[in-house]
Design a protein around this ligand. Sequence first.
Ligand code: TXA
Ligand code: MG
Length: 363
Amino acid sequence: MMKTILAKVDLSQPEAMEIIRRAAKILQEGGLVAFPTETVYGLGGNGLDGAACEKIYLAKGRPSDNPLILHISELEELKPIVGEISPAAQRLMDAFWPGPLTMVFPKSDIVPEKATGGLDTVAVRFPNHPVARAIIREAGLPIAAPSANSSGKPSPTRASHVAFDLDGRIDMIVDGGAAEWGLESTIVDVSGEVPMILRPGAVTKEMMEEVVGRVEIDPAILRKPEADLKPKAPGMKYTHYSPKAEVILVKGEKEAVAAKINALAAEDMAQGRKTGVMATEETKSLYHADIILSLGSRMKPEEIGANLFKYLRKFDFLGAERVYSEVFSEEGEGMAIMNRLHKAAGYRIIDIEEEANGKGACD
Ligand code: TXA
Ligand code: MG
């Protein structure tokens, strides 16, 4: 166990720069610092130092074939770490950087294989969070930063989530408040001819198509990964993204979903199982269970996205053993929400209409 420094930072205060400099120095010396971004908290290390990258894998308990994202604080920091920048990549950069978009480029020789899990491409993100950018700029290095959770847990959207998972395993946690988006960045591979989305996020397919015309989606992210359909982002093949509780999605018309969940929850509770429901503002009054949490209003998908990981963690905290969740539209940002929900549930979904048609569902 090492001592983890926990420092709150408010950039409007003069003492903030001292904390930023301290974090940057730790990174330059090969240590690990967790910091906020506008998507989720990242666990940073020197992205050009194989040994620092190795420490990241160790601290998270992350499989070493799952590559890291390098974070930059200015556009000119991109060139040295990538090979060719395609015209489509250039247009996406102009439109969405800094922001919640990660792009996969051919990598340059200075990026160690430890950072890319042996791949010849590198994922790069230019975050739009002032604290992240200040730390990266001060360190003067591309910063490798996966989400700052233990591998398999929901990504952290608060410094307290990072501390819960990684206290004693990393050098410092910089607390810059809640992450605004709450879901990890969109990943788009721009190393080929047509940009391909490898992980859905706040920057949607429609938004990118407006800028570059055609954009494809890795078919493997839309359904359960199988041997014949491996996701192109290695991290997307891990289904357990999840709380300790078993999560089951229930799909159908509002009242039917509530009736189904209430019936299943009643059985669970009768067997002494602590049971939760992940509901919305519009539906929370329909349920009976030990724990009912509302993700927010269905009219505001950005609110649902921002709260999802926080509530998955909260169910754990409250000791839920089984959690039933409603599903959401896959339009726009909804694709990112449903992608994470499916993963949290290990792809278990009860489709009420299919069940009524005799197909059976819970697989
Ligand atoms: O919003 C985010 O992207 C956050 C914040 C901290 O920036 N970071 C994040 O990192 O989500 P991580 O490590 O949890 O997820 C990175 C994903 C993994 O699924 C990984 O497999 C994929 O990016 N990835 C990284 N490099 C890649 C590459 N060269 N080709 C394909 N996928 C890659
Ligand atoms: Mg992650």
